[in-house]
Design a protein around this ligand. Structure first.
Ligand code: SAM
Length: 223
């Protein structure tokens, strides 16, 4: 595949076959996926596969998530356009770009400085001035810009990190995979009247969240 026309055809197929057909039909959400050039967020030698129905490697043992999973996690945040959002696990920067289309302000934290730098370059080239990339341990959240109306974690934790629950605004939603190497479920946490409740959505498979409230290598490998 080469040339922007080919990529936009593949992107349209991705939106119809992988996202809309599986039941995610919000026009705002679909417009964001139609717009963001996913192929620019994957390594050049994998661009041909950028619109495939699965995750792809992006270096440092990490992945860009399957398009449908990015769409599902984004839809669970129920963004209307005026929110401040935090993403933990910038990776390629693709999900951050999607969030940048749908929210007012996005902060995204990545522990690998090289990935954060690369993602920040692509996001800046594409003009996402409302997306701020930070390097650090995202299991601690990003307190400087809290509270957040939505928080999305793109790596699996054993339980929601307490700093993320603290940094969630009243009425806010936290979307994250919870579990170990072999079994995880996507959860949505809601903060209403100071009370926290959660729902299980679907089984998922993510790389581990590291850091203070994440998995150590030995604990993760034990499963
Ligand atoms: N959202 C990404 C995208 O659109 O490409 C996909 C992210 S990948 C599935 C998970 C990312 O979480 C990896 O890049 C990994 O380095 C990062 N990560 C894991 N633990 C982290 C932590 N404690 N703080 C920040 N990033 C972390």
């Amino acid at each position: 595949m080469n040339g922007e026309t080919e990529y936009s055809k593949a992107r349209e197929m991705m939106v119809r076959e992988q996202i809309e057909r599986r039941g995610l039909r919000s026009p705002r959400l679909l417009a964001a996926f139609r717009k963001v050039p996913r192929h620019l967020f994957v390594p050049p030698d994998l661009r041909e596969r950028a619109y495939d129905d699965g995750p792809l490697p992006i270096g440092k043992g990490q992945t860009i998530s399957q398009p449908y999973i990015v769409a599902l996690m984004t839809s669970l945040l129920a963004l209307e356009g005026n929110e401040r959002v935090l993403e933990i696990g910038t990776g390629s920067g693709y999900q951050a770009a999607i969030l940048g289309e749908l929210a007012r302000e996005v902060h995204t934290v990545e522990r690998h400085a090289g990935l954060a730098l690369r993602a920040a370059e692509v996001l800046s080239q594409l003009g996402y001035v409302n997306v701020h990339v930070h390097t650090g341990d995202g299991s601690l959240g990003w307190p400087e810009s809290a509270p957040y109306d939505g928080i999305v974690v793109t790596a699996a934790a054993a339980a929601p990190p307490p700093p993320l629950l603290d940094q969630l605004a009243e009425g806010g939603r936290l979307v994250l995979p919870v579990g170990h190497r072999l079994e995880q479920v996507l959860q949505v946490w809601h903060k209403q009247g100071g009370q926290l409740t959660y729902e299980n959505i679907i089984p998922v498979s993510f790389v581990p969240l590291r850091g203070q409230y994440g998995w150590s290598e030995s604990e993760w490998e034990r499963y």
